[in-house]
Design a protein around this ligand. Structure first.
Ligand code: PLP
Length: 408
C-alpha cells in the first residue's frame, strides 16, 4: 500500500509538537521507539479531566467520582478490546511495561524453586531481563538465554533444545526495540505451552505498530506502555489470563486492593483491583483509552502498511551510503533502523543530526546484551511512526551524508 491510504497531512495536524522547530529547523521526530508523540485528542482528554471531573475513583458517591470512575473503567474496556482480551478484569492498569513485568516477576516468587528455569531471549530490553534475574536470585531458579543470529532473529532450534520440564516461564519481546525484529511469538508460545511453561510477552514495541490478539496468541501475560501508543507517560497495562491472575499473589498492599482489613487478617479484592493498590493515574488511564480510540480511528493495519513502506524506503536509501551497517536485518521488522557508520561514534552523529532538527536515539537502547553481541558500544536508531513522511526521510538521509562528511 502507499501513502495515499492515510491522509498524513491531516494526521500531522493532530500533533501540535510537529510544528515546532529545533535549532532553527523544523523538527523531524525519529525517536518513536523511545516514546511516541501525543495527538491533541489525547491532550484534550487530560485537560478535560482536570477541568471538569477530577475526583478519586471507585469510592465516592458524588457525581464527579462517578463520572471519573466511569471514564476510567471505560478506558479499561477500550484496552480490553484493543488487545482482544476475553474479560475487562484481565487488564491491570500499571505504570507501564516495566511495572507490569515486575508485577509478574514478583508474583512468580511463590511458584519457583531451585532447579526451575526461566528462558529469556538474547534481544531483550533491560526491563525484561533484570526483574527475572532478581526473581532467580530470590528463588534459586536459573535464567537461560535463547540465542539469536547476526540478522537479529531468534534461533528457534536452540530454543527447542532449551525447553524442558524444568522450564517454568518463557519471556520475550514481541518486537525488539534495539533491532525492530518481529519475533515468531505464536510458535514460541505454543512450544512453551507444550513444555508446560507459562509465557510473558513484552509488547511495548509491538502494540503501537502491529495488530495484537492475546486470545489468538493464547499468551499468559502481555504488557504495553501507553506512552509508546500516543498516550501519556506513567500509565500502561498488564494483560493476564484470568486463571493466572487469580493464582498470582498481589504485588503491592494498600487501599483499593483489599476486600476487608483487620489487624488479624486482610482479604484481597477481586480482579483487577487486587493488583491496583492506591490511587492510580486516573487521567493517564482515561487518556490511554483516548489514545487507543485515536489509533483505532486511523486503523492499526493501515498504520502497519504505511510504516512498513517507510521502513523499506529508508533502509534502501541508508544502505546506499558508503560505510553504513544496519543491525537487525530480519525480514519481519517494524519501522526501526539501528545503524552505524564506519569510523563514526553514534553519539557524534546523533549530536550533529540534532543540530539539524532531527531527533534520533544513540546508545545501547536499554539492551546492552544486544550491543555486546555485536561488539559495539551502541547504534544510531531511527524509528518511524505513522505521522512521519518520506520527505522527512529524504531530509534525514541528506543530513546523515552531510554529518558524515563533517565527521570524517
Ligand atoms: C520501552 C520498552 C520497555 C520499557 O517500557 P517502559 O514504558 O519504560 O516501562 C520494555 N521493553 C521494550 C521492548 C520497550 O521498547
Amino acid at each position: 500500500m502507499t501513502e495515499n491510504t492515510l491522509d498524513i497531512t491531516q494526521i500531522r495536524k493532530d500533533f501540535p509538537i510537529l510544528n515546532r522547530k529545533v535549532n532553527g529547523n523544523p523538527l523531524i521526530y525519529f525517536d518513536n521507539a523511545a516514546t511516541s508523540q501525543t495527538p491533541k485528542q489525547v491532550i484534550d482528554t487530560i485537560v478535560d479531566y482536570y477541568s471538569n471531573y477530577n475526583a478519586n475513583i471507585h469510592r465516592g458517591v458524588h457525581a464527579l467520582a462517578q463520572e471519573a470512575t466511569e471514564a476510567y473503567e471505560g478506558a479499561r474496556t477500550k484496552i480490553q478490546h484493543f488487545f482482544n482480551a476475553a474479560k475487562a478484569h484481565e487488564i491491570i492498569f500499571t505504570s507501564g511495561t516495566t511495572h507490569s513485568i515486575n508485577l509478574v516477576a514478583n508474583g512468580f516468587t511463590a511458584f519457583l524453586k531451585k532447579g526451575d528455569e526461566v528462558l529469556v531471549s538474547a534481544m531483550e530490553h533491560h526491563s525484561n531481563i533484570v526483574p527475572w534475574q532478581m526473581l532467580c536470585e530470590r528463588t534459586g531458579a536459573s535464567l537461560k538465554v535463547i540465542p539469536m543470529s547476526k540478522e537479529g532473529e531468534l534461533l528457534m532450534d536452540s530454543y527447542r533444545d532449551l525447553l524442558s520440564d524444568r522450564t517454568k516461564l518463557v519471556v520475550c519481546n514481541h518486537v525488539s526495540n534495539a533491532l525492530g525484529t518481529i519475533n515468531p511469538i505464536q510458535e514460541l508460545i505454543t512450544l512453551a505451552h507444550d513444555a508446560g511453561a507459562a509465557v510473558l510477552i513484552d509488547g511495548a514495541q509491538s502494540s503501537p505498530h502491529i495488530k495484537v490478539d492475546v486470545q489468538k496468541l493464547d499468551v499468559d501475560f502481555y504488557t504495553a506502555s501507553a506512552h509508546k501508543l500516543c498516550g501519556p507517560t506513567g500509565i500502561g497495562m498488564l494483560y493476564g489470563k484470568s486463571a493466572w491472575l487469580a493464582k498470582l499473589p498481589p504485588y503491592q498492599g494498600g487501599g483499593e486492593m483489599i476486600a476487608e482489613v483487620t489487624f488479624e487478617k486482610t482479604t484481597y479484592a477481586d480482579l483487577p483491583y487486587k493488583f491496583e493498590a492506591g490511587t492510580p493515574n486516573i487521567s493517564g488511564g482515561i487518556a490511554f483509552g483516548a489514545a487507543l480510540d485515536y489509533l483505532n480511528s486511523i486503523g492499526i493495519e493501515a498504520i502497519e502498511d504505511y510504516e512498513h513502506d517507510l521502513l523499506i524506503y529508508a533502509t534502501k536509501q541508508l544502505s546506499e551510503i558508503e560505510g553504513v551497517k544496519i543491525y537487525g536485518t530480519s525480514k519481519n521488522k517494524t519501522a526501526v533502523i539501528s545503524f552505524n557508520i564506519q569510523g563514526i561514534h553514534p553519539y557524534d552523529m546523533g549530536t550533529l543530526l540534532d543540530k539539524m532538527g532531527i531527533a534520533v536515539r544513540t546508545g545501547h537502547h536499554c539492551a546492552q546484551p544486544v550491543m555486546d553481541y555485536y561488539k559495539i558500544p551502541g547504534t544510531i536508531r531511527a524509528s518511524f511512526s505513522f505521522y512521519n513522511t518520506k520527505e522527512e526521510i529524504n531530509r534525514f538521509i541528506e543530513a546523515v551524508i552531510k554529518a558524515k562528511k563533517m565527521l570524517r
